[in-house]
Structures are given as structure tokens and as C-alpha cells.
Design a protein around this ligand. Structure first.
Ligand code: K7E
Ligand code: CUA
Length: 661
């Protein structure tokens, strides 16, 4: 959180007091014994029972997505997205490496902040979840039938993809906009000529066709920092709202220099108007280098496509496509209520929470109630779009979620609390402490037309004294509150992986029935598949040795290989022959400079290995698959380069060798 430091500087004393209070009251959340028993009952999922909701918590600087059950808070799975994941070989094995290709080369890490479930008619449909990579600008699609990352699209002309991937009501688009403005196109210019060269950029990415994410158009906008976004609905249908800060366009010491203006802006983008401009030929196909990485469903191999251009529209050249709504002060969150009438900004340095009205905005646009323009983009008058302000909400409002019952819940980073307020009256009706320094909140379905409600999850940056200490780095955490009554009730506190920012949760019913249980061997189109032990073998092509191997409880075939030479590139293609749910096999070789393979039933995975010295190398299964799992092992004999030992393997066809030397 870039503003953590700033908050401490500006509110140093206040923040300490608040944290101090937190300590004093640390016991308060637990309540009496009877209270504790009631809390436990609300979140307890008995052995054999299942959770009511899937929760997907972004992994922050871990680059992955965590899947948790709610209300229990139990971690079910880590889905690798932007970071290599040794646990299942993602980004290490030959099939998935291409997912992490970018125009900057292979980038095996990112900073994952936001999640967006796919929607149909404004409600979560359980097909996909989209996430953003903040550092090396990317968006990803995760398929909820397999819980795998199946597509990654890089965003050109972006420096920090933060306001992303927020989705429109029928998943027509997800969005991306740049947190750090940069020269467009990026080139070698003096940094202090920021105002001359640096531009912002807002991209709309088609998302409703798997494997076909594409940047429909990029709007070139003033060089501010674009921070968060939300799609409109109802009266604001067809609009997307982006907060921005640094309207000062500072390029150094932003904690001071970007906090000068009383108000920054929400950029309200009418994406149908922008679409019309694109159709009318008002855009330019500009050269741009970026990657589109797609995971093939049948070969289960990723490929990386080089993209070479993007459709750019100068915002000013497309009147009606974008307006600025003045918003106090260095706003962070942009959140739209379930009706689509209210747009709430989290002014992290503001003393109020501004709430804009979609109806008023449309009228103000029709009446041309502008106070001026910025680089050709009309700026609406603050009062003309404002529904009202929440007064004295707390310190450091960041993000707002909605329960569908007319209430909003805003996270207060500095005063460490969740504040509940009435959307219509803007009156604060309840507040509950968080432990401590809450970032995003998440209400299941909170971003949809029909929030599931019932819980709010606070994701905290700092836990201090809340858990057993673990050296210099302490865990981050999430806290679950019951919101079915008038007052919020803290139910549960659980540690998280990485540093979650946003999250989504969905009724488990919308996901469980879609689960793929295994991959059909008959449909495996991997070029190196072995559909039976008879198809296995070894083959040399110059210095490359291909091993086609199978795994089934409880042996590999072949399991003795000879004739590999020092310096050979050995590619071991292992097909898991099982056709049953949850029977993966693992594969690892002594000294291989990569992770294991974890091979799902019916799929083929490839390990690349260049042995460096002669000897006999054990290989084994890493996943405890059967009573004789420990017997699932074998050997590879490595001879010196140029050795006359023939390439052989003990396949079912007997010792044999193929290929040329
Ligand atoms: Cu507030 Cu990156 Cu959404 Cu963190 S962001 S909290
Ligand atoms: Cu296969 Cu253990």
C-alpha cells in the first residue's frame, strides 16, 4: 500500500493512538464465553460438512489467488496465476512456462490485487474469475471448472495495472488502467518532463469468450494515477467509473506533491460512446508490443502470441466518452451500489465519503454543468453530481461494499474499522473495529445487483499482536463479521496467504456442479502423450532426448533408462494414465534445476533436465498416491558425453532405442 507511509506521516500521532486503542480493546472482539460459543457455532463447519461459499482472496505480492471456504476461513487451494508454483509445477514445467511470457521476457512473479467474478445480467455466474497483475501489467482468466489459469493478456502502454480487472454486467469487458502514467509510447525522455510526455491509459478488454481476450480499445487520458474502477448498472449501465489521484501530475515525492489538490477526479467512461468512436474510425491502430498467452484445453499446453498493435483513441477526440467528476481527496476505491444509482469514492485523505448520483451525473452532462476541462475532457461541477457526503465516517476511508439491504460498509484504514452507513441517508449506523489497518472489504456478491450479503470480510494489512509471532514478518489476516443484524458481529479471524487486497465470494452451489474431475485420456492431444504403456519409449534427436513415460498406481513405465549423456537436454513427458478423480502423480529427478511435475489424471506434463555429471539418478513420485507410493520410483543412468552406451529403456516392448545419434 503506497499510502501506508503517507498515512503515517500525515496522521502519525493519530494512527498510533488508534493502534494503541486497538491493543487495549483486543479482548473485546471475543466477548463473553457464551458470545464466543455463539461465534464459533456460526463459523464452525463440522468434519465432513462443506462451506457455504467459495471465497477467492487475492494473494497480493505472492502473485497467486487463494481459495478459502466461508464461513470457516479454511484455505482450500492456491491457484497459481502470475508466479511460478513449485507445488504443482506451474510456470516450471514445459507446458505452462509460456503463460508467464511477456514483452519483457519471462516474468515469473506479479503483484495480484483484484478479483472479478464473471457476471451474467449483473450477477455472479461462476464461470470464471479474472485477476490483475499490477507490476508487469497483465490480466488473467481463471476457469472455475478446473481452478486453473487459462489465459493471460499483457496490457501495453501501462505502468502498473491497478484499476483492473473489474467486469461489466455481462462480462462484455474487463478493464485495465494505468496506475503509473508513462510516456506513450514508452521511450527515453527526461522524467521531469512528465507533464509533456506522460499519459494515462484506460483499456477495455473483451472477456466473454475464453481464449479470446483482446483489447477492444485504449483511451488515452491525462497523466494521472488511475486507481480503482467499477462498472455501472441500472441508471449507470454502460458506464465505468475510475478513481484517479495525482491530478497534480507530480513525478517526485508524491506523498506531498500529489496531495496538494483538494479534489482529484473520478473518470466516468461511457464505454458505449467509446465503442461508437472506435467503430466510426476515430481511433488509430498504434504499434505496441505485448503478449497474449492461452492455455489449450486439449493439449493442455500454453502458447504465447506476440501482439503488435492496439487501437488507441485520444479521449478528447471522442466527445461524450469521458467526463471528470471532482472527488475529494486522492480518492482510492470507486464502488457502485447494487442499484447502480450511487458511486462511492474512498477519499483516503478526505474527511468525508463523497457519494455521486448517476441520475444527477447524466442530468449534469445533459445540462452541460461543467466547471472547465482537462486536456479536452469536460469536468463536471462537484455539486452537480453529488448525492451527498457521509460526514465523520472515520479516518482513511478506502473501499466500500454493499449488502443489498440499503447499507454500505466502508473500510477505514487509519482508524482500523468497518463503518456501516445508510446509502440513502448517508448516516453512519454502526462501526466495528478491525485488527488492524483494513484495506478492502468483501461482501459475497457485493459487486453484483443482488448481494448475497450475510457476511463482510475485512482484509487487514497489519496484525501486530493477534497471532503467534513468526520472526520479522507477521501474517496478514482476514476477519469475518456477521451482518445479518443491525450491529456487525465479529465471528472469525484467520491468517491469509500473501497480502490480500480485494476478494470475491460466491455461493458454492454455483461452482461445485461444474467441476472437472479428470481429463479424458482419449481427448489428450499432447504431441508426446502415451495413452498406454505400449506407447512409451525413448528417442534421441541430436543432443535432445525425449522420454515418453506413463504413471499409474504404483509405477512408472519405463522406470530404468540408460544411454543419457552429460549435457543432453532430457525432456521427460509423463502421462498420468489414471481416469479417476483426485489421483495425481508427481515426478522428480535428482538434481533437476526445476520443480517437480504434478500430473493430473489424463494429462501429460514435461520436465526439462540437463544432467551435468555422470552417475545414476533416482526419480520418484512426489504425491502420496497409494500404499505402494514409496515404491513408485526408478533410475536414469547418465554416461559421459560421447559414451557408447546405447539409449534404452525397459518399456513394455522390451529394451529398445529409437532415433538418431
Ligand atoms: Cu486498496 Cu491495490 Cu485495491 Cu490494496 S488496493 S487495499
Ligand atoms: Cu504416484 Cu505416488
Amino acid at each position: 500500500m503506497s499510502f501506508l507511509t503517507r498515512s503515517r506521516l500525515l496522521f502519525g500521532a493519530g494512527a498510533l493512538t488508534v493502534l494503541g486503542l486497538g491493543y487495549a480493546c483486543a479482548g473485546r472482539g471475543s466477548g463473553s464465553l457464551a458470545g464466543t460459543a455463539e461465534m464459533a457455532q456460526r463459523v464452525y463447519v463440522a468434519p465432513g460438512e462443506k462451506d457455504e461459499l467459495y471465497a477467492f482472496l487475492s494473494g497480493g505480492f505472492g502473485g497467486q489467488l487463494g481459495v478459502y471456504g466461508l464461513p470457516s476461513g479454511r484455505l482450500l487451494r492456491t491457484i497459481p496465476v502470475f508466479s511460478q508454483h513449485a507445488e504443482n509445477g506451474y510456470g516450471y514445467n514445459e507446458e505452462t512456462k509460456a503463460m508467464l511470457e511477456t514483452s519483457y521476457g519471462f516474468v515469473p512473479w506479479d503483484d495480484l490485487h483484484h478479483t472479478a467474478l464473471s457476471q451474467t445480467e449483473g450477477d455472479d455466474d461462476g464461470r470464471w474469475i479474472f485477476v490483475n497483475g499490477n507490476n508487469t501489467p497483465r490480466v488473467a482468466r481463471i476457469d472455475l471448472t478446473t481452478f486453473e489459469t487459462t489465459e493471460i493478456l499483457e496490457i501495453p502502454n501501462a505502468g502498473g495495472n491497478h484499476a483492473s480487472p473489474f467486469v461489466t454486467g455481462n462480462t462484455e469487458y474487463i478493464v485495465s488502467s494505468t496506475r503509473f502514467s508513462i510516456p506513450v509510447p514508452n521511450r527515453d525522455v527526461p522524467i521531469d518532463e512528465y507533464k509533456k510526455f506522460f499519459k494515462g491509459q484506460i483499456s477495455f478488454i473483451t472477456a466473454d469468450q475464453p481464449g479470446k481476450m483482446d483489447i477492444a480499445f485504449q483511451l488515452i487520458v491525462p497523466g494521472f494515477n488511475y486507481d480503482l474502477a467499477r462498472a455501472g448498472k441500472g441508471p449507470s449501465d454502460g458506464w465505468m467509473f475510475f478513481t484517479s489521484y495525482n491530478s497534480e501530475q507530480a513525478n517526485t515525492l508524491l506523498e506531498v506533491n500529489a496531495s496538494q489538490n483538494d479534489k482529484d477526479y473520478i473518470a466516468a467512461v461511457n464505454y458505449r460512446a467509446a465503442e461508437a468512436c472506435a467503430k466510426a474510425g476515430k481511433g488509430v491502430r498504434a504499434p505496441a508490443e505485448y503478449r497474449h498467452n492461452i492455455f489449450d484445453e486439449f493439449s493442455r499446453i500454453a502458447r504465447s502470441e506476440r501482439m503488435t498493435s492496439v487501437l488507441q483513441i485520444q479521449a478528447a477526440a471522442c466527445p461524450g466518452s469521458i467526463y471528470f467528476l471532482p472527488t475529494p481527496k486522492s480518492p482510492h476505491g470507486a464502488d457502485v451500489d447494487p442499484t447502480g444509482e450511487y458511486i462511492v469514492a474512498g477519499g483516503k485523505l478526505a474527511t468525508v465519503i463523497p457519494v455521486h448520483s448517476a441520475t444527477k451525473m447524466l442530468k449534469a452532462i445533459a445540462d452541460r454543468q461543467f466547471e472547465g476541462e482537462l486536456e479536452g475532457i469536460p469536468v463536471l461541477k462537484y455539486e452537480s453530481t453529488l448525492a451527498g457526503e457521509v460526514q465523520e465516517p472515520g479516518l482513511g476511508p478506502l473501499h466500500t461494499e454493499f449488502d443489498g439491504q440499503g447499507f454500505a460498509y466502508t473500510s477505514m484504514f487509519i482508524s482500523s474499522e468497518v463503518v456501516k452507513w445508510n446509502v440513502e441517508t448517508r448516516q453512519v449506523v454502526d462501526r466495528a473495529p478491525t485488527f488492524y489497518s483494513v484495506g478492502h472489504l468483501m461482501i459475497p456478491g457485493g459487486a453484483t445487483r443482488h448481494p448475497y450479503g450475510r457476511y463482510v470480510l475485512a482484509m487487514n494489512k497489519i496484525t501486530k499482536d493477534r497471532y503467534l509471532p513468526t520472526g520479522p514478518e507477521l501474517t496478514q489476516s482476514a476477519q469475518l463479521y456477521d451482518i445479518t443484524g443491525e450491529k456487525m458481529k465479529l465471528l472469525l479471524d484467520f491468517p491469509t496467504q500473501g497480502e490480500p487486497h480485494y476478494a470475491n465470494a460466491i455461493d458454492a452451489k454455483k461452482v461445485v456442479d461444474r467441476q472437472v474431475k479428470f481429463y479424458k485420456l482419449a481427448e489428450n492431444r499432447h504431441p508426446m502423450v502415451s495413452r498406454s504403456e505400449r506407447e512409451t519409449g525413448v528417442e534421441r534427436a541430436g543432443r535432445v532426448v525425449h522420454v515418453r513415460m506413463t504413471a499409474i498406481r504404483s509405477h512408472f513405465a519405463p522406470d530404468n533408462i540408460e544411454g543419457v549423456q552429460v549435457g543432453d537436454t532430457v525432456l521427460v513427458h509423463v502421462t498420468n494414465l489414471e481416469q479417476d478423480w483426485d489421483v495425481p502423480h508427481g515426478f522428480a529427478i535428482l538434481g533437476a534445476n526445476t520443480s517437480e511435475l504434478l500430473i493430473m489424471p489424463g494429462e501429460t506434463r514435461t520436465l526439462r533436465w540437463i544432467p551435468r555429471k555422470p552417475g545414476v539418478y533416482p526419480m520418484y513420485c512426489t504425491d502420496f498416491c497409494s500404499a505402494l507410493h514409496q515404491e513408485m520410483q526408478g533410475y536414469v543412468r547418465v554416461s559421459p558425453a560421447g559414451s557408447t552406451v546405447a539409449l534404452t529403456a525397459n518399456t513394455r516392448r522390451g529394451a529398445q532405442a529409437r532415433g538418431t545419434n
